[in-house]
Design a protein around this ligand. Structure first.
Ligand code: KG4
Ligand code: ZN
Length: 356
């Protein structure tokens, strides 16, 4: 079984080829970061135009690298949502066109499902497992119970965590995307210098909130700023921000671990697993903290390699493989969905950015 995957939901134009055994035959990602950098954030119209220009070339490149012909493919999977509608339409249309011309299956993949199933591609995990999904557009804790079967245990009430990293970086005059910049600056900083708040810590449940933290970062900068900030101030503030984020993630994830144990007592006794995925999961300090938490709670800890944590098409192709094995293909009347919750039974997220 061989599946071509296409990812265009945000600012990466990506195509990948993955086989039924989880071998990644090609994994091509073109980041549009340079197009968006002057704006300090992602501009939907700029993204849509770039996807349109790049999509054919990246599909060709992935097929070439994989050394396969279209006639070798069993299905084409594309991110069908959630995300920015312009990009989604381009990816879905491209996949449908290839599938129509070559008479093969079309599969619309939920972007969050792509992130959620990556740990099965990289580590061959069995269901169920607990997932912390932290990226630029989403911030959720989920019980991953099967393909297409997810239970949301917590979500953000305002910003996604990656967004909070990006905004903090912007306020400090660091580059975009902000996560890696804040992480780098934090390495030489003193995380105890600024007592930033830990929103939601100690509260019941597993929801998140980051807007208060962001506001306090801004106020702290305003309090410091007499002319330019010193490098030391930037480093200390980044370290303090990261320390606050680590505390919040550990607290919320600990609560979700309790809920997960209640839902899956048998798995919890034998071999429970905590997975972290999404762009923010590339952060070493966060990984380390979650690893310690998992060990304390008797959970195995799995974090896919950073290039499979940030947006990519291998995860979409792999979700396509998983779905194809179960006969879960889609009709050509599938419409791209800017909002597409993984758990339809969970109450709507109040404000989780473009990708709730
Ligand atoms: O998963 P992703 O590539 O795209 C979305 O689906 O959103 O995540 C991108 C986000 C950005 O907000 C970026 O700043 C953040 O992930 N990020 C990081 C790190 N690397 C990327 N945040 C913290 N530390 C990092 N090392
Ligand atoms: Zn993502």
């Amino acid at each position: 079984m061989i599946v071509l995957g296409i990812e265009t939901s945000c600012d990466e134009t990506a195509a990948a080829v993955v086989d039924g055994d989880g071998r990644i035959l090609a994994d091509e990602v073109l980041s549009q970061i340079d197009d968006h950098r002057p704006f300090g954030g992602i501009v939907p119209e700029v993204a849509a135009r770039a996807h349109l220009e790049l999509i054919d070339g990246i599909v060709d490149r992935a097929m070439g690298r994989a050394g396969v012909e279209f006639s070798d493919l069993d299905a084409v999977a594309a991110t069908g949502g959630p995300g920015l509608i312009g990009g989604l339409l381009i990816g879905v249309m491209t996949a449908k066109a290839i599938a129509t011309v070559r008479s093969m299956a079309f599969i619309a993949v939920n972007h969050l499902e792509g992130h959620a199933l990556t740990a099965r591609l990289t580590d061959g995990l069995d269901f169920p497992y607990l997932l912390l999904l932290v990226s630029g557009g989403h911030c959720q804790l989920l019980a991953v119970e099967g393909v297409g079967d997810y239970r949301r245990l917590g979500t953000t009430l305002d910003d996604a965590l990656g967004e909070a990293f990006d905004k903090t970086a912007k306020m400090l005059g660091l580059g975009f995307p902000g996560g890696p910049e804040v992480e780098k600056a934090a390495r030489s900083g003193d995380g105890s210098r600024f007592p930033l708040p830990r929103p939601m810590k100690g509260r019941e449940g597993a929801d998140f909130s980051f807007s208060g933290l962001k506001t306090r970062v801004r106020q702290t900068i305003e309090g410091l700023a007499q002319g330019d900030l010193e490098d030391r101030d930037v480093a200390d503030l980044c370290a303090s921000f990261q320390a606050a984020v680590e505390d919040v993630l550990a607290d919320r994830t600990a609560n979700a671990i309790l809920t997960f144990r209640g839902l899956h007592p048998e798995t919890s006794l034998s071999s429970p697993v905590l997975v972290v995925a999404g762009g923010v999961a590339a952060n070493e300090a966060i990984r380390k903290r979650l690893k310690v938490l998992a060990a304390e709670k008797g959970f195995q800890f799995v974090a896919p390699p950073p290039n499979l944590c940030t947006d990519n098409a291998a995860m979409i192709a792999w979700a396509g493989v998983e779905r194809l094995k179960l006969g879960m293909t889609d009709d050509f009347d599938f419409k791209a969905r800017p909002r597409w919750p993984l758990d339809p039974d969970a109450p709507p997220a109040p404000g989780a950015g473009v990708k709730a």
